[in-house]
Design a protein around this ligand. Structure first.
Ligand code: SF4
Length: 364
């Protein structure tokens, strides 16, 4: 058996492309979704983050529930709302549950993808409850699945370097497993291109394989390339690497190897590998369809987290554009639900005709 970690890039890429082709054929999926980042207030202070604002500092604001509901109402055609924000010590636990209930009531057919394991950890602390109880309550309120963000690298030695106050790896694993066991599936992520080594990435993959083997709850794997332009960690690493351009090139080279490795090492257990046009740019995302990716991600409509770190690829992509890009890559676009169900009545392109598609109306 070949050692995938040592394969020449061309051979690795070709193997990943073939594996994706065998699993998914020409089809590349995407979801019509939107983000709603409801608070920028954050007490955690991750070195790689340009989004969070320390409480009491400039720009440290949280939205009211009515404001979030109104914002989501600007894109009534989306099938998913992804709710994530900073860790605002002044937000009550009720806020989170009321937000879910208000969105559920206003948009009953939208799938609510909320909250990150870090936010759930903070909710546990505020409520004095265990993750196993909190995820059941979130599901009862109307949450449909959770984002597997805040994973960064699931090795505490690395986490301490880039995000000292973040929940430990074991806590992330416990929350995600609890969510899966409560019937809430999640994505799985990795934040790469900073201080991690290939050994750390290998260990991270092993953790994800172990969790998936136990619960089967991951819907997809989403590699997230570090965006270095406007945050503390980026400035430090740029100094070390001889400038921002060199650092960006190093991150790009890492992405180029990591995606095919993810397809080949995780693909049997987590068949969906999602690219990120926000991190790689649209052309980079199109290129990554040759590196083993089979999902283009989503329309987003309100991308602010990556932009806050200096991301330069915009905050939204219309469904028409995503379909065009997938076709340009010689693939067949297919709109999906959050949980990778087939949308029964795929919309004829155009937002007006793109009606919400409840999870209940899909063939899973
Ligand atoms: S990544 Fe999340 S937890 Fe960390 S500082 Fe940014 S908003 Fe806060």
């Amino acid at each position: 058996m070949k050692d995938l970690w040592r394969l020449p890039l061309v051979e690795l890429t070709e193997s990943a492309r073939e594996a994706a082709q065998q699993q998914h054929g020409d089809v590349v999926t995407y979801v019509v979704n939107r983000n709603a980042n409801f608070t920028r207030v954050c007490q955690v202070g991750c070195a790689f983050c340009g989004f969070g604002r320390r409480p009491g500092t400039r720009g440290a604001t949280s939205d009211t529930i009515d404001e979030v509901v109104a914002r989501v109402g600007k894109t009534p055609w989306v099938t998913e709302v992804c709710l994530q924000g900073g860790i605002d010590p002044s937000l009550s636990p009720e806020y989170y549950f009321d937000l879910i209930r208000a969105l559920r009531e206003a948009y009953p057919s939208m799938h609510l993808h909320a909250f990150s394991p870090m936010e759930i950890d903070s909710l546990c602390e505020k409520l004095g409850q265990q993750p196993e109880e909190v995820v059941v309550r979130l599901r009862a309120a109307g949450v449909g699945s959770i984002p597997g963000t805040a994973a960064e690298i699931l090795i505490d030695r690395v986490r301490r370097k880039i995000s000292r106050n973040k929940l430990p790896a074991e806590r992330w694993i416990r929350i995600v497993k609890a969510a899966h066991r409560a019937g809430l599936r999640s994505s799985a992520t990795i934040l790469f291109g900073h201080v991690e080594t290939w050994e750390d990435i290998r260990a991270h993959f092993e953790v994800l394989r172990r969790v998936q083997g136990e619960t089967g709850g991951f819907t997809e794997f989403v590699p997230l390339a570090f965006v270095p332009y406007e945050n503390r960690l980026g400035r430090l690493l740029a100094q070390r690497d001889g400038g921002m351009i060199r650092l960006a090139e190093r991150i790009r080279r890492r992405a180029r190897r990591l995606y095919p490795l993810a397809r080949l090492i995780l693909g049997d257990l987590i068949p969906n590998l999602q690219t990120s046009w926000v991190k790689l740019g649209v052309q980079g995302a199109v290129d990554s369809l040759e590196w083993g990716c089979n999902d283009f991600g989503g329309t987003l409509y309100e991308e602010s987290i990556t932009r806050s770190s200096g991301g330069r690829h915009g905050e939204r992509l219309e469904p028409e554009r995503i379909e065009d890009e997938i076709r340009r890559a010689g693939r067949t676009p297919r709109r999906r639900t959050t949980l990778y169900g087939v949308v029964k009545n795929p919309f004829s392109l155009g937002k007006k005709s793109c009606q919400p598609s409840p999870e209940g109306h899909v063939a899973l």
